[in-house]
Design a protein around this ligand. Structure first.
Ligand code: SAM
Length: 249
C-alpha cells in the first residue's frame, strides 16, 4: 500500500525541490538562502530567542524554518513523516554549520512528544497537504505551552473559485494515486478547530490573486510582508488563502 510516508519519501528521492517547494521546481542555492533570510524575519517578528523550544512540523529538506531557528540559537526540533527529507536536512545543516537540531520522524497526527513542551510550534506549507487537519492542529496545540505561539501557514479557502482545482483533484485522483495533494477548508471549520484547541487568532494574513496561491507566489517570498499580490491585514472571509498567527490560552 502506498502510505503517506512512502509517497513523501518517493517524492523526496525523485525530486527534492518538488517535494519541498511545489511549483517552484528550480530552487537555486541562492533562492534557498533568500528563503532562510525571509524566514529569519518571520522568527524575529514572532520574537524567537536563544533557548526557546521550537518545533517545525513538516520541516522538509530545505531547512526553511530549522536553519534560521538554529541561527537564533533556539532549541530546535524538526519533525517530518519523511525519513528522506530528514536525512537531506541533516546533511544541509552540517554543511551550513549552523548548530545541532533534534529530529523526529513521525506523522503530525500523532506527535511523540510530551504535552506543553514548546514555546513555538510552526508549520509552513504542510497543513495544505493533509486532509484531516483537525488531528494535526490538536497535536500541535497539545505540545505547545500555554501562552506559546503558533504559526500555521497556509490554508486554502474551499469557497474560493481559484481553489476549485485543489478541491476536485483529490476527489478525482486522491485515493487512486495517493500523489501529493492540496486540500481546501472552510474558514468556519478552521476557526472551530482553533477554538476547540484553546488557540486564539492573534493575526491573520489573507491573500487574493487571479491564480491559486501556489502558482502565484514566489516561494522564496512566502514569509516576506511584500508579496506580489493584494495582502489584506484582517481575517477576510472571501480571501483565497490564509496564514494564521495564534496564541495558546
Ligand atoms: C511542501 S513540504 C514543506 C516543507 C517545509 N515546511 C518548507 O516550508 O520548506 C511539506 C512537508 O510536510 C511533510 N508532511 C506531509 N504530511 C505529513 C504528516 N502527516 N506528518 C508530518 N509531516 C508531513 C512532507 O514530508 C514534507 O516534507
Amino acid at each position: 500500500m502506498l502510505t503517506e510516508k512512502k509517497m513523501w519519501n518517493d517524492l523526496y528521492r525523485h525530486d527534492e525541490m518538488f517535494a519541498a517547494q511545489g511549483c517552484q521546481l528550480l530552487v537555486s542555492p541562492q533562492k534557498i538562502s533568500e528563503l532562510h533570510r525571509d524566514a529569519d524575519k518571520l522568527l524575529s517578528n514572532l520574537r524567537v530567542k536563544k533557548g526557546d523550544k521550537l518545533l517545525d512540523v513538516g520541516c522538509g529538506s530545505l531547512g526553511t524554518i530549522v536553519v534560521p531557528a538554529l541561527k537564533k540559537k533556539a532549541e530546535t526540533y524538526g519533525m517530518d513523516i519523511s525519513s528522506v527529507a530528514i536525512s537531506l536536512l541533516k546533511k544541509r545543516i552540517q554543511k551550513l554549520k549552523v548548530g545541532k537540531a533534534e529530529f523526529v520522524e513521525a506523522d503530525a497526527k500523532n506527535i511523540p512528544i510530551e504535552d506543553n513542551f514548546f514555546d513555538f510550534v510552526i508549520s509552513s506549507s504542510t497543513l495544505i497537504h493533509i486532509k484531516k487537519i483537525d488531528k494535526v492542529i490538536s497535536e500541535m496545540s497539545r505540545v505547545l505551552k500555554s501562552g506559546g505561539t503558533m504559526y500555521a501557514s497556509p490554508f486554502h479557502n474551499k469557497k474560493s473559485f481559484v481553489n476549485i482545482p485543489y478541491t476536485i483533484i483529490p476527489v478525482i485522483l486522491g485515493e487512486k494515486t495517493k500523489r501529493r495533494m492540496f486540500y481546501t477548508h472552510h474558514l468556519s471549520e478552521i476557526i472551530s478547530i482553533f477554538r476547540e484547541n484553546d488557540l486564539v487568532i492573534e493575526k491573520a494574513i489573507s491573500f487574493r490573486g487571479i491564480f491559486p496561491f501556489y502558482i502565484h507566489v514566489d516561494f522564496t517570498k512566502i514569509f516576506s510582508e511584500n508579496l506580489v499580490w493584494k495582502r489584506i491585514e484582517r481575517l477576510e472571509k472571501n480571501a483565497h488563502t490564509w496564514i494564521f498567527y495564534l496564541k495558546k490560552n
